[in-house]
Write a protein that binds this ligand. Structure first.
Ligand code: FAD
Length: 355
């Protein structure tokens, strides 16, 4: 085994469900184990099923991933307007129809490659899944502000995705929170829709790259509010109306009128389950080759957990399609005693680390 996997500071492992360990643990054998049943995991399950692979999708909660935290989706081709949970149900039904076996309430604790080449995936009950290949589709988690109103107004003013939700704010006054590349880029992007964007940052300078900062300062629709933190998100009639903000140095509090708040204070990939060294970028996202194989042969990654330009449902299912077919080719080569496809040297792509 190689070196231990060292995710960057603050990268979470996974949300823990309190499932008691069984007295006796079982060992299950599959050709491919898929970790996570978000859009990516369910799509990988569908393709694995169609390829007649003995596969299983292990999900810590319910199938759907971030779709379950999304009110409406308007940019998934073929669906002009679909509720997040509705799309999740359609994905699940379709994947299961083609043979995907989704085991819910099954949090994965660790994935380790053994000396015999098999992956050992241990779940919280203590059961062990052995397989020559694993596809990690565990997604990521947007970092929250952790202030009152943030959960209450999620999808009703609070958003973590400008591409997804920006179009809902045509002509509105909104705010963006953060000071890294993501916050500055998305504030600039959101002015396509919003009449006015307040960019609220807790410090007196941005961490974003200079060129991105220049775009912000040159944009007449953006007003930067320095040295300011958000204390509360407030609304009426089920929709956000304003935020309670406070100057970080003077402590003076005030209300900022805005119908939307886009929070970009970080996004952490769910990679804490992986053991051994796996190439990742500076923010902890897994780097893959064109077949979605990571630097560990037989370990594939797809969707939000992977280092890439953007993270959407379309990219998640696209990655998953490639990964499942990549797994099929890998297993065929293994069965026929052919040389296993070895991942090419990785190009380190730097995904911006957000403040
Ligand atoms: C608020 C919000 C709104 C969005 N709106 C849109 C939109 O309008 N359009 C769009 O295209 N995209 C949107 N996105 C992005 C889109 O939801 C994601 O890109 C997509 O869900 C990624 O799919 P995924 O399967 O890679 O990851 P996820 O959806 O994150 O799914 C990962 C799954 O893995 C499971 N998991 C994690 N760790 C473990 C573990 N240890 N054991 C077992 N299971 C585990 C999780 O429970 C989850 O079900 C939005 C995202 C957010 C946060």
């Amino acid at each position: 085994m190689g070196r231990e996997y060292h995710p960057p500071p603050g990268v979470p492992s996974f949300h823990r469900f309190h499932i008691p360990r069984s007295e006796s643990v079982a060992t299950h054998e599959f050709e491919v184990v898929i970790v996570g049943a978000g859009p990516s995991g369910m799509c990988a399950g569908l393709y694995a099923g169609r390829s007649m692979l003995k596969s299983v999708v292990l999900e810590r909660g319910f199938p759907g991933g971030e779709l379950l935290n999304t009110e409406v989706i308007e940019d998934y081709i073929g669906f002009e307007h679909v509720l997040g949970h509705e799309l999740a149900s359609k994905f699940q039904a379709h994947a299961e129809k083609f043979g995907a076996e989704i085991r819910t309430s099954t949090p994965v604790e660790s994935v380790t490659k053994r000396d015999d080449g098999l992956f050992e995936t241990v779940v919280e009950s203590g059961d062990v899944y052995l397989s020559p290949t694993v596809i990690v589709t565990a997604g990521g988690t947007p970092v929250k502000l952790d202030v009152p109103g943030e959960i209450e107004y999620a999808g009703k003013g609070v958003s973590y995705c400008a591409i997804c939700d920006g179009a809902f704010y045509k002509g509105h006054t909104i705010m963006v929170v953060g000071g890294g590349d993501a916050a500055c880029e998305e504030a600039d992007f959101l002015t396509r829709y919003a009449e006015k964007v307040y960019l609220v940052h807790r410090r007196d300078s941005f961490r974003a790259s200079k060129i991105v900062q220049q775009r912000v300062f040159a944009n007449p629709k953006i007003e930067v509010i320095w040295d300011t933190v958000v204390d509360e998100i407030v609304g009426a009639g089920g929709l956000m109306t304003h935020a309670r903000i406070r100057h970080a140095k003077t402590g003076v509090a005030s209300d900022l009128i805005a119908t939307g708040i886009f929070i970009f204070v970080g996004f952490k990939p769910n990679t804490g389950i992986l053991r051994g060294h796996i190439e990742h970028d500076s923010a902890g996202y897994l780097i893959t080759d064109a077949n979605m194989q990571t630097s560990v042969p037989g370990l594939f990654a797809a969707g939000d957990v992977r280092a890439q330009l953007t993270r959407q449902v379309t990219t998640a299912v696209g990655d998953a399609t490639t990964a499942a077919i990549g797994v099929e080719k890998y297993l065929t080569a293994r069965k026929n005693g052919q040389p296993l496809p070895v991942p090419p040297p990785m190009l380190v792509s730097a995904t911006s680390v957000q403040v």
